[in-house]
Design a protein around this ligand. Sequence first.
Ligand SMILES: O=c1ccn([C@@H]2O[C@H](COP(=O)(O)OP(=O)(O)O[C@H]3O[C@H](CO)[C@@H](O)[C@H](O)[C@H]3O)[C@@H](O)[C@H]2O)c(=O)[nH]1
Ligand SMILES: [Mn+2]
Length: 721
Amino acid sequence: MEYTKSSNPTKLNPPLNTVHLDHRVPIYRVHMIIYTIAILAAIYHRSTSILASSTLVEAGVLWSLLVSDIILAFMWACVQAFRWRPVHRQEFLERLPDRVTWPSLDVFVCTADPHKEPPVGVVSTALSALAFDYPAEKLSVYVSDDGGADVTLFAFMEGAKFSRHWLPFCRQNGIKDRSPEAFFSSGRCCGGDEDKLKMMYESMKERVENALEKGSVSAVLASSDTQEDKHIFQQWKDFSRNNHPSVIQVLLESSKDKDVAGHVMPNLIYVSREKRPKSPHHFKAGALNALVRVSSVLTNAPIILTIDCDMYSTDPTSPQRALCYFLDPAISSDLAYVQFPQRFQGLHKNDIYGGEIKRLFTINSHGLDGICGPNYVGSNTFHARRALFGSSLQSVNANGQDKIGSKMVLEKATEVANCDHEAGTKWGDTTGFRYGSLVEDYYTGYRLHCEGWKSVFCNPPESAFLGEAPKSLNDVLSQCKRWTVGLYEVGISKYSTITFGVRKASLAAGLCYSHYAFWGFWSISVAAYAVLPQLALINNKPLFPQPSDPWFYVYVYLFLAAYIQDMADFIAYKGTFRCWWSDQRMWLIRGLTAAPFGTMQFVFKQLNISTQGFNVTSKVMDDEQSKRYDQGLFDFGVDSPFFVTLSIAAILSLCAFTVGIFRNGMVAEMFLVAFGVANCWPIYGAIFLRRDSGKMPDRVSARAFVISGLILAIGCVAFNV
Ligand SMILES: O=c1ccn([C@@H]2O[C@H](COP(=O)(O)OP(=O)(O)O[C@H]3O[C@H](CO)[C@@H](O)[C@H](O)[C@H]3O)[C@@H](O)[C@H]2O)c(=O)[nH]1
Ligand SMILES: [Mn+2]
């Protein structure tokens, strides 16, 4: 431990949190120096071989490898910033001051599509937050329904009734997983009123699912539902998802609602902001900004927690953990947010699609935490309201003292949820969540860091939130493609991480953010290494030095050291070898799919040829898909262009490997090709052996064979002229 620092300099009270530097930092730094020398040597070697090349094609191929290597070197340099001074923190909840002094907390839950995000799941997430171990009169949960779906509101009305039983049940039985869906599906028993509650929950679920299936709430409203309830749904006449007025419903009000044990309930508020086809709505960032304003009218808590609709709480004390930073005078003055990692439930034991994304959500977050603080990842984040909504606070908050259900307050809240409210304001630019990127979270955190705000990474030993990772390969890659586009929107803009970021945040922060911003560039290096060594091997034209040449060992070192360090880090952060293998394989797969297609999409978007919106990731899977996932079988079953490029890479490597067996020499090329074949293993099975509906579609294989044939033919001609 190089140093241990309590964030509380006064030392009068024991600190609420401590921070210490990662003990691997000296090793990281030594390795950094040696590896840098090796990179420079390899670039030098490549350049001299270009000068010595005898044909145009050879020079072209070597040039391509040089460019690929420079991109790899740039990415490597950016990653070093994460390894510069990673830190680890600890919180001491028992040292928090008395509850009456705690600030109030507004929780935002976002949902956008009742078919991709089942409303009962959204309700469960909201209930897990409603059941936080936090003073109820200081807690408000807001749900933003961007799907504008009556069934979501219906689910929340049912959820509000259920919560009056659920909250005391959780308290009395000391339950940690306070999402009813997670609790009841876990099969855990705790006795008490469990059976009764389970029945209530199931019946609520049935009603909501019924309404979803029928496509209308009115059809399932029973005679027992009040006239008032029925009246609410009248608003959905002439209502469509993208064209409707604001709807705000206060479903639970702390000042008057009690649970069945007589305790005060937190506030629960449903918000569906106005949408009009002609007004840009800025996806999730727009939804969150509407909530920032609505909540500032209704409750105006100084701390805001944002969670995605699938990210339920698994630790009711996590707001208290966040308070250990917000109430620490040594860091609170410029603290914009406290980020908890995103973790996922139900992943395959070998995490075949690398769904954990350990580097983004955990390893790199510790790295950035030592510099300016982790980047904002959209969910599990406690924000300081003033960082989002500085000085304009007063103007909207004029009615902050009124009862939240009063007509006047609701009118004001509705007004600020309307489309035209943002016209001519700084919302999305310097206020609130920032517009202009499909990764609004990354962009918002980045801009805050550029403005001098700090953040903190809070990674308790036991997970605080759990969500759904996409579990079909096409969904995983589509999500990643959307991110790639959004990241370019930051990287290639006037706020570019590499120009603006390095100046405004810091060199190290700018490099870390650049590592993400130019993520799509991987496609160039990965594609070059998926094609060129293969063609070279087939045509007997070496690209790398032979083992008899000392330069050979520079390349061996570069490859092995990078992979071994990556693996060691992965395993040090509670990973297994098999999960690491999946993770590195997914890196290659993404490099051949999401990255190049995302890059193209970004270019088209810039040229106004196409638009890419925020395509919500589905949180439901059909049974067969789930079964395949649980068996660890890759799911290719859809006709997707992603799978064509993947199959081409697999076929080229297989051809080269077959030829390579009969060749002498070309050790480096053969090694790269064999590594490719090992990584493509699931693809061969899907093309040649499998018969289930997750196999590679015949059309995809056919196209891949034709294109691979063309590439091989072009390679033969080019290498042999
Ligand atoms: O127009 C929209 C689109 C999405 N959402 C909500 O945004 C959340 C995230 O959407 P999802 O489809 O799950 O996106 P992911 O790619 O899985 O999410 C990651 O990436 C997003 C974009 O960077 C972040 O917003 C998320 O927090 C982060 O978990 C969900 O709750 C959605 O309901 C909206 O509210 N409005
Ligand atoms: Mn998600």
